[in-house]
Design a binder for this molecule. Sequence first.
Ligand SMILES: CC(C)(COP(=O)(O)OP(=O)(O)OC[C@H]1O[C@@H](n2cnc3c(N)ncnc32)[C@H](O)[C@@H]1OP(=O)(O)O)[C@@H](O)C(=O)NCCC(=O)NCCS
Length: 165
Amino acid sequence: MPSPTYRLGVPADAYEIAVMSRYLIEVGLRGWSWPPDRVAKAIKARETCVLAAEVRPHLVGFAIMEFGDTSAHLSLFAVKPSHQRCGVGRHMIHWLEESALTAGIAAINLELRVNNFGARTFYRMLGYKEVNYIPGYYRGVETAVRMTRDIRRAIPSAIGEKRGK
Ligand SMILES: CC(C)(COP(=O)(O)OP(=O)(O)OC[C@H]1O[C@@H](n2cnc3c(N)ncnc32)[C@H](O)[C@@H]1OP(=O)(O)O)[C@@H](O)C(=O)NCCC(=O)NCCS
């Protein structure tokens, strides 16, 4: 399977990302909270990073992360089933964490559906901690689990490694 290339999202990606969000993240929920026009706005927004993983001519994964002053919020994140368990998700999270560190961000927060056990395992494996449950977070009916990672912990060890410590 060809390896994806990783790049910033462009307006032409909005429809494909929106469709993936509907069928991979919001599956079974009423409505469509990230239709193409909302994704297109996120792609253009200065404080939002949209990352695309592409195996031409299609996207195989994407992430939408909003940057605040000291924390960032991972709003949407998915990899197509055909490319799952190949390291694409892990690569995108590392890319986002590097960008956030460079921007002076201390922590990344996210919410996901409580019954999404695969993704909960994925985030835990990458160092994210479950901090609380939010009943009714999704359309007033489904509980979310909030997860967070203090990415600053990565800095001292990275510096130490460079100095050979
Ligand atoms: C969660 C998701 C993004 C993971 O992406 P991915 O590219 O498959 O993840 P990776 O291949 O980088 O996985 C890295 C590690 O995470 C863990 N992991 C990933 N998916 C897992 C799953 N379904 N069950 C258990 N562990 C999992 C494994 O330890 C895996 O390493 P391994 O394959 O060597 O065992 C992907 O399954 C997905 O898009 N799911 C649907 C949408 C979604 O749930 N989005 C997140 C919530 S918004």
